[in-house]
Design a protein around this ligand. Structure first.
Ligand code: SF4
Ligand code: SF4
Length: 334
């Protein structure tokens, strides 16, 4: 019988399960989607000329395969936590599955419920969903993977960073932390696939570590401005309007594709899950945690991006840290 129930089958949850297995602790992963791997498994390898760029995308598939081979880990997909009660020496958790309701009596829970992205539809002036050629970064990843020829031989692309981040009015007052590193790698992937492409990167702000990657995007034009609007010119050319950072005057540049790089936000189910488990949330609505993923509740730890925006590699480290803490707690209680 599993001793630990892990909510979320993304990289943090998978890593937590594998780490518990190293400590000979059985666990069960509850994943609401139909497959394991989470959002991390939707990204492409960003290696340039065979050189790894440490994006972490391949780690998702590796963790899924390792979990599938690990006897001490069970995974239920299309499953959701429906209730939780305290026991004298543990927790009782109800889980809805396609085959009916299951109840687990466990000694601990690790919440690794993942993350969502800011809905581009909330900023209608950028034309997502009604202008051809306005897409999200994740959609461009899919196009490059499936059929890069759709982009054209020498496309002009505008990447818009900080999209939806640092917007108090939209409920996203914080910096998403990871896109400063992600966007240059994505731009490098596009350039590698389509050497004739022209790439502009719009940004409001920059993380200091981004300077490390700036030389790798010397083929891009970096524009410090948040565009105010995207227009359709003719049948498929897109015009991006922004205030020129030097003259402060409205300026326009034309593109074939506008790629929105949206803010990372708490998963849409996180508020109800937090309420069900009686977990505290903090700034931006993410779960509030201390060292090793401790929460306001005994026996419940949290890991990964449901505790705040983080990269794939950071999520894996967070899952490992929470599982290590859980293992030492369980050992102490034995
Ligand atoms: S970490 Fe990223 S760039 Fe490196 S091999 Fe894996 S997927 Fe490719
Ligand atoms: S990580 Fe960079 S691109 Fe993303 S919101 Fe923060 S400053 Fe903007």
């Amino acid at each position: 019988m599993p001793e630990v129930l892990i909510i979320g089958g993304g990289v943090a949850g998978l890593e937590a399960a594998l780490t518990l297995a190293e400590h000979e602790i059985e666990s069960v992963i509850i994943e609401k989607e139909l497959r394991l791997g989470g959002k991390a498994s939707l990204y492409n390898c960003k290696a340039v000329d065979g050189v790894c760029q440490a994006c972490g995308a391949c780690l998702a598939g590796q963790r899924v395969r390792a979990v599938e081979e690990q006897e001490l880990v069970k995974a239920l997909v299309a499953a959701r936590v429906a209730g939780m009660r305290n026991l004298q020496d543990g927790l009782e958790v109800d889980v809805e599955t396609p085959n009916g309701r299951l109840t687990f009596q466990v000694r601990g829970i690790i919440v690794a419920a993942g993350i969502d992205t800011f809905s581009p539809a909330l900023r209608a002036e950028f034309g997502y969903s009604h202008l051809p050629g306005v897409v999200t970064a994740l959609e461009i990843e899919g196009i490059i993977r499936e059929s890069p020829e759709i982009l054209g031989e020498s496309p002009r692309l505008a990447f818009i960073q900080c999209f939806g981040s640092r917007e108090v009015g939209a409920g996203v007052p914080y910096c998403s932390r990871v896109c400063c590193l992600y966007v240059p790698k994505l731009a490098g992937l596009v350039k590698g696939e389509l050497p004739g492409s022209r790439v502009d990167i719009y940004f409001m702000d920059r993380q200091r570590y981004e300077a490390l990657y700036r030389p790798k995007t010397s083929f891009c034009t970096h524009i410090r401005a948040m565009p105010s609007k995207v227009h359709l010119m003719g049948s498929k050319e897109l015009e991006v309007i922004y205030d020129d950072p030097e003259t402060r005057k409205p300026t326009a540049r034309r593109y074939d594709w506008v790629v929105l790089c949206p803010a990372l936000v708490p998963g849409k189910d996180l508020p109800s899950l937090a309420s069900l488990l009686e977990l505290g949330t903090g700034r931006g609505g993410f779960l509030q945690v201390g060292a090793g993923g401790t929460t306001n509740r005994d026996r419940v730890l949290a890991a990964g991006a449901c505790t705040g925006p983080m990269s794939i590699i950071e999520s894996i480290a967070s899952g490992r840290a929470a599982a290590g803490k859980m293992a030492s707690e369980l050992r102490r209680q034995r």
